[in-house]
Design a protein around this ligand. Sequence first.
Ligand SMILES: [Zn+2]
Length: 223
Amino acid sequence: PYSILTSHIKQTKKSIAHKIFPSLALVDYGYLKTSSYGGMKSTCVDALAHMIESRLNTNANAFSRAYAEEGMRLWASCKGCLETDERFAHMTDDEFSTFMQASVLAGMAIAYTGTSIPHGLSYTLTYENGVPHGKAVGVFLSGFLKKYGDSIEAEYVVKQLLGFYDIDAFRDYIRTLFGKLDMSEELWKKDRDGILANPAKLKNYPFELTTDVLDDYVSYYNA
Ligand SMILES: [Zn+2]
């Protein structure tokens, strides 16, 4: 049900109120096959972010969790495809199809819950620095997990659902895809303080957030 538009007046990207909901979705993994490697990494990590942010969300319920968890298991089964250009170039139809199914489940999960802090932080990075959406979200995911208020839940997601040894290994994986976060101190502060001052962006996060916790998102990812 979501549409995100760029607002030059507000100098960011913003969700518009959803007044429509599709009754039918045409899902064809053939479209993924024409993607560049960069486009594939970004869009697959965006889908992953939708599942992580939905699973660890104030609005999560039995249905959204089921979609997010099954989607993450599917996603995890193909995560090696994104690690190198060479591996991406040899992706099979089954692997494209699996990512497509995961992305549909991810969309169904956020239809219930909305997204959370990584998406909230990403829009400034995209608006100001032109960073593609999935990468802009992805660079905040490992910090979100590492500093999440319930570490047992976060580790369950990373280890049991996504198949990483621990959150550090997840961070290393994302950094292999996108490199370090390159954002000026000034822009980061604007982004961080903006989200902390916006109740609409905090309401999906079940714990209290502070400037220190958000600063740790960046230092942990870049460590
Ligand atoms: Zn997204």
